[in-house]
Design a protein around this ligand. Structure first.
Ligand SMILES: NC(=O)c1ccc[n+]([C@@H]2O[C@H](COP(=O)([O-])OP(=O)(O)OC[C@H]3O[C@@H](n4cnc5c(N)ncnc54)[C@H](O)[C@@H]3O)[C@@H](O)[C@H]2O)c1
Length: 402
């Protein structure tokens, strides 16, 4: 930790969508939660000096740089927060871990299994020296999702039989939408699969406590060629206009797969950017021998719960308003019924990360857990390439920490 007692000096790389979401969380977390350490927003990094200077000012960072290597090697930085596309996760995380920094890395952990394995191994080595690492699967930190996990862990659903997960978006339905980085495999690793499919893989494994053991998948790229963007950017990019040069889309637009979980459940997953009208629709339903739960991100303060142990005449899905102080993460927020939103999941993520780092325990999801998600992504890709043949998820073989 910092030379200044109980302070964690954060350096963040990337300042666009996730950079803004993480900044908001770093700004807020110590103002809401009473934690054993305070985060200081010390240094932000981006490639364009004018833009990163503006971002530092707008988002509340003390200093800025255009060189992530300077950031990871500065002795006055304790935490490296990686908010860049997947093609730079491994390089930045490996350098940061080698420099003894704690690392928070956005999902998916990497673009390939090989990179993810290397990162998990480096995290294990760094852990022995006291450096902690975590991957940013923030939807775990939605209180209703954490409550789902508690209900499953407490046995309220009995034996889990079905998991039904969908994550639907529609931002590239228009074939004129430009070829942004998310549509280029060399930058993003995969398409809807790794971008949003990874979230529902992690979320359902987290909630059920079961791991996906094998899959049968189909993937599709509906629009195979797109105009090159005026400026390579994220979700809101503009094409150069009519007659613009085009380039090939090298990732999946949609990925659908069935899976077996190692605790005996059967599961279905759908991740697509072509669900016209669905903007960011993450839904999960879990059916067990004693009950069911259903979660919809568009109503993230609610959880539907059916308790099948109640008399048949009284059964039905109950809507739990997840805003009580007894609910996960909520005691520090507002009075019951005063709802929270998307960005709070990031504040909760920083809360758990700071607490783990300051108390010397491993935060979750660890790089090992994120490697396992990467192995599921890999199994889905292999199955789809082999005409939907069954693909086992490889064991992670992650090294055990010293
Ligand atoms: N947890 C979530 O819900 C969630 C949501 C969206 C994105 N993500 C993940 O966050 C990461 C970033 O996605 P985004 O939507 O913020 O992308 P974005 O395009 O909005 O921002 C990427 C940022 O990284 C910077 N950047 C790119 N390469 C860089 C490099 N080599 N050095 C320094 N800066 C670099 C860009 O300038 C930009 O500031 C991805 O891994 C993505 O999968 C997670």
């Amino acid at each position: 930790m910092s030379t200044k007692e109980n302070e964690l000096r954060v350096g963040m790389v990337g300042y666009a969508f996730m950079g803004a979401a993480h900044s908001q969380a770093w700004r807020t977390v110590n103002r809401v939660y009473d934690l054993p350490a305070r985060a200081r927003m010390a240094l932000i990094c981006g490639r364009d000096s004018a833009k990163v200077a503006e971002a530092a000012d707008r988002l509340g960072w003390q200093e800025h740089t255009t060189d992530w290597r300077e950031l990871v090697n500065r002795p006055d930085i304790d935490v490296v927060d990686i908010c860049t596309p997947g093609d730079s996760h491994a390089e930045i995380a490996l350098a940061a871990l080698a420099a003894g920094k704690h690392v928070l890395c956005e999902k998916p952990l990497a673009n390939t299994v090989a990179e993810a394995r290397e990162m998990a191994a480096a995290a294990a080595t760094a852990r022995a020296g006291g450096a902690r690492s975590m991957c940013g699967f923030n939807y775990r930190r939605v209180p209703a999702v954490a409550l789902m996990r508690q209900l499953v862990a407490d046995g309220r659903l009995g034996e889990i039989r079905h998991v039904r997960a969908t994550y639907l978006q529609d931002w590239i339905v228009d074939p004129q939408f430009p070829l942004v980085w998310r549509l280029r495999k060399e930058v993003s690793g995969s398409g809807a699969l790794g971008d949003i499919g990874a979230h529902i893989i992690d979320l359902t494994q987290y909630v059920t406590g079961q791991l996906i053991s094998g899959v049968s998948a189909v993937t599709e790229t509906f629009v195979k060629e797109r105009p090159l963007p005026a400026e390579s950017s994220g979700l809101a990019a503009q094409a150069d206009g009519a007659g613009a040069a085009t380039g090939p889309v090298t990732v999946d637009d949609a990925a659908i797969f069935v899976a077996r979980l190692d605790g005996g459940a059967l599961a279905t997953y759908e991740a697509t950017r072509f669900a016209t009208g669905r903007k960011n629709a993450l839904r999960v339903e879990i059916n067990g021998s004693l009950g069911s739960v259903a979660f919809d991100l568009e109503r993230l303060n609610e959880l539907e719960f059916l308790d099948a142990t109640r008399p048949a005449a009284e059964q039905g899905f109950n809507r739990i308003l997840v805003t009580e102080a007894e609910h996960p993460y909520l005691s520090a927020w507002w009075p019951p019924g005063h709802i929270i939103g998307y960005e709070h999941s990031f504040t909760h993520q920083m809360r758990d990360f700071i607490e783990a780092v300051a108390t010397g325990v491993d935060p979750s999801p660890s790089f090992d857990e994120a490697l396992q998600v990467q192995l599921v992504l890999d199994a889905v890709t292999r199955s789809a390439e082999l005409g939907s043949s069954w693909a086992e998820v490889e064991p992670s073989l992650a090294p055990v920490a010293a």
